[in-house]
Unconditional design. Structure first.
Length: 443
């Protein structure tokens, strides 16, 4: 609005200036024409130079105006770029401020959590101290009770037992009558060294059950001094799985050498399984095959030698596993069941890995046999003179490889089955310990 008002105020002044400029320009033009007419002829020669200088100055003025215009445009662009940079920086600064606030809040929350955890830790320490003090008190009470029980047992075991027993019978006579009193008197008269020929409970018939129940009620030994009929009924109650055969493996460890069974596979070495002998024969046959195919370009002998080395390495690993299993006998009664189970589980996993390796070795053997058949076919088609000898050698090597593969797989399968049987037996034994035991322990 202010710019519009200023423009309206300037309009009359502009009209006035144009009215005054027209006579002024006319005057200047006439005076300049008179000046040119009055100039001497000698000065006309310098007029061209002045015009040339005027043109040069006009060109420089134009160039300066162009540079000024370019600088103004550059400055406008720079100002726009600076404004954009300021906006970007402001947005980044806002993001930084928000991130800073979030981190500060997180630090405060973490500090509060630390304080809460410290307070909880102090509470737990106090509760632990209280529990420790309570445990000490309970241990002290238990020790005092043990001392009291020992003292009372010593008193009842010595000469004062008769007096205590007589007092007890006198108290029970108020509730049990003359029959219960007669029990105490008979025991008192007969003494502790001798036992009467006929027990009073046998003479009283059916009343003995009531007397025994009453006596057990006052002494607190309900299970030990219960009536025979009641205890017999409790013993003859139906129990699930009571008649199942139960035999703990720990009870059979000392007779393990007297059980007639086959030798454990992990107690057999490579010589007993025939793997070592087959490997030696295979080595000799590979040497013969290399002699036969000495001048021929074939990869079969080298592949077969690598396969033989694989079987040798696998046999060595199986032998090492058997030696370690022999060093830690699973039937040793001195080992705990947990340690025994852990060791057998480790052996089972290692046997499984060796079995996988044996399977991979068998797959490689199949590819090598295919390569050997292809090479043998090429030799026969090429008319080689030694194809009969090479065929016989290859057949023998192929059979030895199959026998070695089969023996190692059977060896590993027997080891795995034996270890799984030991683990299953121990697991079933522990299950029977927990679920098949017919009678609860008498306290």
């Amino acid at each position: 609005m202010a710019a519009v008002e200023s423009a309206e105020h300037l309009k009359p002044s502009i009209f006035e200036s144009t009215a005054t400029k027209e006579p002024l320009s006319t005057y200047l033009g006439l005076s300049f024409a008179v000046f040119l007419g009055l100039l001497p002829r000698a000065s006309l020669t310098s007029l061209s130079t002045l015009q040339a200088r005027n043109r040069a100055l006009s060109l420089k003025l134009f160039q300066a105006e162009e540079q000024l215009r370019f600088m103004r445009s550059r400055r406008t662009e720079d100002s726009k770029a600076n404004a954009r940079v300021v906006e970007i920086f402001a947005s980044h600064r806002n993001g930084w401020q928000q991130e800073e606030k979030r981190l500060i809040q997180q630090i405060e929350a973490s500090a509060e959590e630390i304080e809460r955890l410290k307070s909880r830790t102090s509470d737990l320490e106090r509760s632990e101290a209280d529990l420790r003090s309570r445990v000490e008190e309970l241990q002290r009470e238990v020790s005092e009770r043990d001392e009291m029980i020992g003292f009372m047992s010593r008193r009842f075991g010595g000469g004062e037992e008769e007096e205590e027993f007589e007092k007890e019978v006198e108290i029970q006579s108020e509730y049990g009558g003359s029959d219960l009193l007669r029990i105490g008197k008979v025991r008192f008269k007969q003494g502790l060294d001798s036992v009467p020929e006929v027990c009073p409970t046998e003479r009283n018939g059916g009343d003995s059950d009531e007397l025994a129940d009453l006596y057990s009620h006052f002494n607190g030994y309900a299970r030990d001094f219960a009536s025979p009929l009641a205890y017999k009924a409790w013993m003859e109650r139906p129990i699930t799985g009571q008649d199942l055969p139960y035999e703990s493996p720990e009870s059979m460890y000392h007779v393990k050498h007297y059980v007639s069974r086959r030798e454990s596979p992990w107690k057999v070495d490579g010589e007993s399984t025939g793997v070592s002998l087959k490997l030696k024969l295979l080595e000799q046959e590979l040497l013969n095959l290399e002699k036969v195919w000495k001048g021929e370009l074939s990869r079969v002998p080298s592949l077969m030698r690598k396969q033989a080395k694989r079987y040798q390495a696998l046999a060595g690993k199986i032998d090492d596993l058997c030696k370690r299993m022999q060093a830690s006998d699973p039937c040793d009664p001195t080992l705990s069941s947990e340690f025994r189970t852990q060791r057998q589980t480790e052996f089972l996993l290692e046997t499984f890995r060796l079995q996988q390796r044996a399977t991979e070795t068998g797959q490689k053997l199949a590819s090598i046999q295919a390569e050997a058949m292809k090479s043998q076919l090429n030799n026969e088609l090429g008319g080689s003179e030694s194809h009969a000898t090479s065929r016989k050698s290859l057949d023998s090597i192929r059979n030895n490889f199959k026998e070695i593969q089969r023996n190692q797989e059977i060896w590993l399968a027997r080891i795995m089955g034996d270890v799984e049987g030991i683990l299953a037996r121990d697991g079933a034994s522990r299950v029977r310990d927990y679920y098949i035991s017919g009678y609860p322990p008498l306290m």
